[in-house]
Design a protein around this ligand. Structure first.
Ligand code: SF4
Length: 432
């Protein structure tokens, strides 16, 4: 995107969000007011961020620090203190799902087990525990620890089985390591094994992508999550691209990859469960981002509360200090105005590709007619259909647009907030 395109995209986004959500919504993350506390909650989900990585992939935007065994113990203590802080603040809520991501959670599984124990002591956990794993760390001991921690759903971040693409991504392992890890997880009795695979990589063909999907399926993946390479400005993929002089696939190529992935998955009996995810059979769906509300534990972890978003400080030491001092590690908050919470819900239902029409009134209140009007327009444009009573489902071409919106969202909103949050432990304010 050149500068003019960027400016136009920004102006269009501002106009759309003002039209949908209204003028009262302030699109600013600010320091929470003195003494800020979250509302009491009956039910929510929980995200645990484990920030350690052994190998820094050049495209990666997530909050991470180099793995150092000496940091695991302070991390564990601070994470347990943060679980206690949230439990005191929101009450002994029902936790309907636990998602453990990073970073590389498999580098600190003893720590994960201890934090999960505290979560179970302080809350009523009724949903599945999902975890991200890295192929380089998966062995029999890992599998045993995951079962001991009652983890049900596992995601393996393979990204590609192709040596050239793995090298370009700087993943630090060879294809046979990813294949061995997947085969081991698949035979180890977890309820679902998701495999993350990337598409639209520089120089990647549609044949490369479908070969990766086929290999993952052959080795026992029950869900495939395919996503394009996000080029966050502060990641070093930009540098790689300049060094290698390899062009990123254009929108047409990305569209072709996306269409072929969707077709391949449909032919192999995979059902679409989100814009990027496809699952086979009756296994539970693995999902990282579509929960309606969650509390976040760990440096850089976000929480989605009924009245707004909050973000912990991204700086590891500042996060540890805050937890040690019994203060909240929340550094930034964006309060919701009007029906913002409902529109956010609808955004993620579009990401799910299935929108339950009967819930619109309750979730969007006075804005429900506006949402219905837009959904009808989407149907009339052939981007959605009603296969099941009470639901609008996006078609394959329809699903491509939330995929683009997701890309835009990641590049603009997430990038803006995360760039600032990585520069300063406690930023004053970040406008998006
Ligand atoms: S992609 Fe995963 S393993 Fe690579 S640096 Fe990011 S968090 Fe670490």
């Amino acid at each position: 995107m050149n500068r003019l395109d960027n400016l136009l995209a920004r102006l269009a986004t501002r106009a759309v969000r003002r039209y949908l959500v209204g003028a009262d919504q302030r699109w600013v993350f600010e320091q929470p007011p003195q003494g800020w506390m979250p509302p009491r909650l009956e039910r929510t989900s929980l995200y645990l961020h484990v920030p350690f990585c052994r190998n820094f992939c050049p495209y990666c935007p997530y909050t991470k620090i180099p793995f150092n065994i000496a940091l695991v113990e302070p991390y564990t203590r601070a994470a347990i203190a943060e679980v206690d802080w949230w439990a005191d603040a929101i009450g002994p809520a029902e936790i309907t799902s636990v998602y453990i991501g990073g970073g590389t959670p498999t580098l600190a599984l003893d720590s994960v087990t201890s934090v999960l124990r505290r979560v179970r002591e302080r809350f009523r956990v009724t949903g599945d525990v999902c975890i991200e794993t890295n192929p380089a760390d998966v062995d029999n001991e890992t599998v045993k620890q995951l079962h001991d921690a009652d983890v049900a759903l596992v995601s393996l971040g393979v990204q590609s089985f192709h040596p050239r693409h793995l090298a370009m991504l700087g993943r630090g392992y060879l294809p046979h390591v990813a294949e061995r890890a997947l085969a081991l997880l698949a035979e180890s009795g977890f309820a679902s094994i998701n495999v993350d695979l990337m598409f639209a990589l520089p120089g990647q063909t549609v044949g490369d992508v479908t070969a990766d999907l086929a290999r993952a399926t052959q080795l026992g993946a029950s869900q495939l999550t395919t996503y394009p390479l996000f080029t966050f400005p502060y990641s070093s993929v930009g540098k790689y691209r300049r060094l290698s002089a390899v062009g990123m696939p254009d929108l047409r190529t990305r569209r072709a990859h996306y269409r072929d992935i969707s077709r391949w998955c449909a032919q192999q009996g995979f059902e679409r469960v989100s814009v990027w995810g496809f699952k086979q059979g009756a296994v539970p769906r693995y999902s990282s981002v579509t929960r309606d509300g969650y509390i976040g534990i760990g440096p850089g972890a976000g929480s989605h509360l009924p009245d707004g978003f909050v973000l912990n400080t991204f700086d590891f030491n500042s996060w540890i200090d805050a937890e040690r001092a019994g203060r909240t590690a929340v550094a930034l908050r964006m309060a919701f105005a009007g029906q913002m919470s409902g529109w956010w819900w609808l955004y993620w239902r579009l990401y799910d590709t299935r929108i339950p029409l009967d819930d619109l009134d309750e979730v969007l209140g006075q804005d429900a007619p506006k949402a219905r009007w837009w959904l009808r327009a989407v149907e009339q444009a052939g981007l959605a259909v009603r296969r099941q009573r009470g639901y609008v489902e996006l078609t394959e071409p329809g699903a491509f647009w939330p995929h683009l919106a997701q890309n835009h969202f990641a590049l603009n909103y997430v990038n803006t907030v995360w760039t600032q949050a990585r520069r300063e432990p406690w930023p004053q304010a970040v406008s998006i």
